[in-house]
Design a protein around this ligand. Sequence first.
Ligand code: GLN
Length: 481
Amino acid sequence: MHNKSVAELSKELESGKISSVELTQQFLDRLKSEDGKYNSFITISDEQALAEAKAADEMRAAGKATAWTGVPFAHKDIFCTNGVRTTCGSKMLENFVPPYDATVTANFKAAGAVCLGKTNMDEFAMGSSNESSFFGAVTNPWGEKRVPGGSSGGSAAAVAARLVPAATGTDTGGSIRQPAALCGITGLKPTYGRVSRYGMIAFASSLDQGGPMTRTAEDAALMMNVMAGFDTKDSTCIDREVPDYTATLNEPLKGLKIGLPKEYFSEQLSPAMEEQVRNAVREYEKLGATVKEVSLPNAKLAIAAYYVIAPAEASANLSRFDGARYGYRCENPKDLMDMYTRTRAEGFGNEVKRRILVGSYALSAGYFDAYYLKAQKVRRLIQQDFINAFKDVDVMMSPVSPSPAFVQGEKTTDPVTMYLEDVFTIAINLAGIPAMSVPAGFVDGLPVGLQIIGDYFSEARLLNAAHQFQQVTDWHQREPQ
Ligand code: GLN
């Protein structure tokens, strides 16, 4: 059962061959025996999972089943789960048990899905390797000592290792797509505002977006059917009709216009990686697509703009962790100031502190215009590049990451080399458009991702393009070991 997709598990449950309680128990047993190798989960919530499975079986018996009823999955530990610890990978929230559900969590519950637990992640979603988690690094199932990518590295590793068929992720600068690429799975970062951020712990509010991490594009469509939609609790969520994302998966791709941004096929990309990406594009040509070069002249400014905007917003968002309200509080504070400073010094890890320092600096009086405002102007130029390019093409294709999964520890001493992991993904968040990572080959036995970038609210088209590719390739079916 563990090798089956969400769509397949859904059919098994529907046919009555297995109950959700039986299926959930099988997945829990496997998770407990296997995850020692990967550390992909922070919390396994067996009790709640079995209760949800029982409720799912009853829901089905009552004739109220959805495609998700009784299907096991996991949440990145950034989504608040009522009664289940939610840590965001930080000591600051090591013992935080939310008294409410994120909207995404509530949506999966309403559909009858069974959450097995919470997956590991970089602390407060800051990182590209999962090494900044307070709960320890995650190992990529494709290579001992290799990183799974980040920040949604636990979700990516768990899906790749067949511990769950699907997991949620979040993407502020690449955190769904880059780990999906490094672990050989499928990931989608939706348009900013497509999925509610209510109850999703905030990193950089103008960039954060939740999305699906699965093995197949079809399963990503099934996840989007549950995740997408308007929410009055999130003022940045857009009130716009949600299509059935599975309905258009089988549309033929004949005539699809693909743009290859020339800036994304630069020296930063190794020839072996480039070859895999170009092979994938050739598959699309065989399916009837046409290909042309496009240009994103300001793309080279994306990393610099992001590393002003994201830390600035993070410094404001993380000010709530002060020991007074919830989360970690230092022992025996002398006075109020001592409590604030020691709580934050002890509760946050180094990468988070670095971002708070950079962000507070960029926002301080006298520097705001020079850094934050300037970065916002650059952001608008980057967005305009995409708008211009989409006048000529339907989608763009590029690599996801400059190299395959790197060795643990290789990039931890130099934050800038770590930041460059997102050189092909970050501009997409700055523009707010959707993009996917789809398994597209291997280099040295390690998975390579193809990035498919779309215009605003074109998730259905991206999923269609990914699904068609997965009908003629089997990269997404390859199993580690
Ligand atoms: N790697 C980027 C960062 O560290 C993006 C992380 C993310 O998308 N959450 O900020």
